[in-house]
Structure formats: structure tokens, C-alpha cells
Design a protein around this ligand. Structure first.
Ligand code: NAD
Ligand code: AHE
Ligand code: ZN
Length: 370
């Protein structure tokens, strides 16, 4: 079939909107009509050329929601008509990782996914002249139709609005999951969240759900503080307004350091500040942000010797097929809020404007509605 897509033809160039060829689902695969997709900073990171795994030409996008149109041979868990969210972290429920309760990082298809290919080692997308186009993060939601492995789709409540719950495909689950699944924040905790964008606001929302007493938000853009307060932030710090050392300021503000800190910026200097503003003896710092090729984190080992720990999280530690439908239900029941964070919607033709809004700091989430 033919479908409409925004193609990343080359690193650092705007996406090009074009018709592309899409082959139907093979064994164990499903064809999904994408109805809406969010624009995550990770898409921008890969498009910029900073992603060591970035490959071109590719169809980016990993925060989508849509409807199953067709299933390949052997598919049993979803059927045409089902509403689904594509999963960049699949859940095969059989691999060594899925069988270990300590991780959500299913590895069943990770190697081909990282090469922009389906599990059989081929791509389903091509340009009209036959040039292959690679998949991205196993999702490629910047196409109106995409093909996904069955283990990489979560079946969701059919009443859920696509233009809101697409955000559960990455940002919402990553932020809330970092608090609940990874940090396992306790009632009464003090926390600091660095970066109040599409991920950081969901960390704040998760901290409020977990019963944190103090939620400090740190961002270089004052414009992000109003929304963060709406989601539960108790104190705002703009590092550019701090006289002297940021870490010392945050340690004082949190009465000795935070029980939990979260980096949602992808900046390795910020990651260091996050680790060092965690409380001596027990503070945990969770890295969510994705850093460019070649970037490395550093600190004095003494920071760890004296009881702080550094951890990381992908997709908020969520097991997609199990947890994503539950998070959609939380949204439908009003337990979590999504709508105010979706500050802009646009047709696919305007997707590059969505990235401009991300760069200027004007948007929280832009969503493309097909
Ligand atoms: P975003 O652009 O919406 O938000 C980033 C925020 O960080 C902005 O508000 C920006 O002003 C702020 N910021 C930038 N530099 C800062 C600094 N030096 N100090 C304080 N604040 C600063 O991006 P997003 O979509 O929220 O993504 C955030 C990060 O999380 C990105 O690196 C993204 O790639 C990553 N991410 C990781 C996962 C995961 O599973 N680990 C999932 C999604 C996104
Ligand atoms: N490809 C990059 C790393 C990108 C990365 O860390 N991706 C996160 C999800 S970000 C979603 O917005 C992730 O899931 N990581 C685990 C994995 O297996 O990719 C690089 O540095 O090579
Ligand atoms: Zn993302």
C-alpha cells in the first residue's frame, strides 16, 4: 500500500512529507493506522545526528496511537479494529529479560530494532523509487500507517482519545514510571526534577501520585514553571537566577539533599548536579535524559562512597503490553491528567513546526493528528 509519512532523509535536515510504499504485515506482525503521534525530544535528538544509533533515511516517531487494520499469520493477541499503542520497548513475555522482574528491557527484537529493521531483518517502508526507508525505535509513528511486531503493541480501551493517549506511548509512561517503577518513591519524600518538559512534568505528576512532600522543579526556562505547579511542583529554581553553586542551593532547599532526583534534560552536567543534590547516605538519582554520542557522566567517586546512587530508566521501567493499558485506564478514570500538556496539535504537513516549537521552548507536547 501507499501511505503518507514524514521522512528523515538526512541528519540535521527538516523532515520531508511524502507518499511512501508500505508492505503488509508478515508472520507475527500487525498493520496499524496511526491516528495521532506526539513529538518527543528523542525524535529531535535522532534527527539532529546526535544519536549513535541514528540511521537515515528513516521514519521517526515513537509516541503514537492507532487502530489495527490487518494482522499477519500467527497473530493472536490483537485483531483488526483493536485500538493500540505502539511500544518501543516491546514485551515478549518469554526472553531472559521479560522473565526477570528486575527489568522491563525485553531484548527479543532489540538488535534488529536498533538497525531500523523488522525482526526478519528487512524494512517494510520504501520510497516510491524503491529506495528502502528504515524503521525507528520499532515504531515509525510519523507515518499514517506502520507495521509492528505483535509483541510491540499494547491493546487499549477503545473509548480513549487517540490525540491524548498517544502521549502514553512515551512521555507519560516514562515520567510516571520513573517515579513508581524505577525509584519506587515513598510517601513524604523530597524530590528534585531537572527539566520541566514533556517528561519532567510527568515525573512531577508521578511524584504527586506517590505522595512526595516536596517537589522541586529546575529549569532554565521560567515559562515552564506555571504548568509544573499545576502538576504538583512545590518549589521552582531557575539555575540562571541562583547566586553561587546550584547544588549547594538545592541541598539547602531540600534540607540536606533530596531523597530522589531525576534528570529529564539529557545534559550530562545537569546529570552530575542531580546526583550531587541527592541526600548523603541514601539519595537516589535517576537518569531519564538521553545524551548525545560521546557524552559521558562524571562525579567524584566519593559522592557514591557516601551513599548516593545513580540509576537509569527506559520507558519508565514499564512493561508495555501489561502496563500501558492500565495507564490509559488511569487517564480515562481521571487519575492522571494529560490534556494540558498537549499544548499544540497539527497535521502531518506541519510536523516541522512542531519541532520548531520544541526548540523555542514554547510547547510541552505537540501532537500530529492524521
Ligand atoms: P523537552 O524538550 O520537552 O524538555 C526538556 C526540558 O529541559 C526543557 O523544559 C528545557 O528548558 C529543560 N532544560 C534544558 N537544559 C536545561 C538545563 N541545563 N537545566 C535545567 N533545565 C534544562 O524534552 P522531553 O521530551 O521532556 O525529553 C527530556 C529528555 O528525556 C530528553 O533527553 C529525551 O530524549 C529523554 N527521554 C528519555 C526517555 C527514556 O525512556 N529514558 C523517554 C523519553 C524521553
Ligand atoms: N539510541 C541512543 C539511546 C536512546 C535511548 O536511550 N532511548 C531510550 C528511550 S528514549 C524515548 O524517548 C531507551 O528506551 N533506551 C533503551 C534502549 O534499549 O534503547 C544511544 O545512545 O545509542
Ligand atoms: Zn520518547
Amino acid at each position: 500500500m501507499r501511505t503518507r509519512a514524514a521522512v528523515a532523509v538526512e541528519a540535521g535536515k527538516p523532515l520531508e512529507i511524502m507518499d511512501v510504499n508500505l508492505e503488509g504485515p508478515k508472520t507475527g506482525e500487525v498493520l496499524v493506522e496511526i491516528k495521532a503521534t506526539g513529538l518527543c525530544h528523542t525524535d529531535d535528538f535522532t534527527l539532529s545526528g546526535a544519536d549513535p544509533e541514528g540511521l537515515f533515511p528513516a521514519i521517526l516517531g515513537h509516541e503514537g496511537a492507532g487502530v489495527v487494520l490487518e494482522v499477519g499469520e500467527g497473530v493472536t493477541s490483537v485483531a483488526p479494529g483493536d485500538h493500540v499503542i505502539p511500544l518501543y520497548t516491546p514485551e515478549c513475555r518469554e526472553c531472559e529479560y521479560c522473565l526477570n522482574p528486575k527489568t522491563n528491557l525485553c531484548q527479543a527484537i532489540r538488535s534488529t530494532q536498533g538497525q531500523g529493521l523488522m525482526p526478519d531483518g528487512t524494512s517494510r517502508f520504501s520510497m516510491l523509487d524503491g529506495t528502502p526507508i528504515l524503521h525507528y525505535m520499532g515504531c515509525s509513528t510519523f507515518a499514517n500507517h506502520t507495521v509492528l511486531p505483535e509483541i510491540a503493541v499494547a491493546k487499549i480501551n477503545p473509548d480513549a482519545p487517540f490525540d491524548k493517549v498517544c502521549y502514553i506511548g512515551c512521555g507519560v509512561t516514562t515520567g510516571i514510571g520513573a517515579v513508581i517503577n524505577t525509584a519506587k518513591v515513598e510517601i513524604g519524600s523530597r524530590a528534585i526534577v531537572f527539566g520541566l518538559g514533556g517528561i519532567g512534568l510527568n515525573v512531577i505528576q508521578g511524584l504527586r501520585m506517590a505522595g512526595a512532600d516536596q517537589i522541586v522543579g529546575v529549569d532554565i526556562n521560567d515559562g515552564k514553571s506555571q504548568m509544573a505547579r499545576h502538576f504538583g511542583m512545590t518549589d521552582f529554581v531557575n539555575p540562571t537566577d541562583v547566586q553561587g553553586d546550584l547544588v549547594a542551593h538545592l541541598v539547602e532547599l531540600t534540607n540536606g539533599g533530596a531523597d530522589y532526583t531525576f534528570d529529564a534534560t539529557g545534559n550530562v552536567q545537569v546529570m552530575r548536579a542531580a546526583l550531587e543534590s541527592a541526600h548523603k547516605g541514601w539519595g537516589e538519582s535517576i537518569i531519564i535524559g538521553v545524551a548525545p554520542a560521546g557524552a559521558e557522566i562524571s562525579t567524584r567517586p566519593f559522592q557514591l562512597v557516601t551513599g548516593r546512587s545513580w540509576r537509569g530508566t527506559a520507558f519508565g521501567g514499564a512493561r508495555g503490553r501489561t502496563d500501558v493499558p492500565k495507564i490509559v485506564d488511569w487517564y480515562m478514570e481521571g487519575k492522571i491528567e494529560i490534556d494540558p500538556m498537549i499544548t499544540h496539535t497539527m497535521p502531518l504537513e506541519d510536523i516541522n513546526k512542531g519541532f520548531d516549537l520544541m526548540h523555542s521552548g514554547e510547547s510541552i507536547r505537540s501532537v500530529v493528528v492524521y
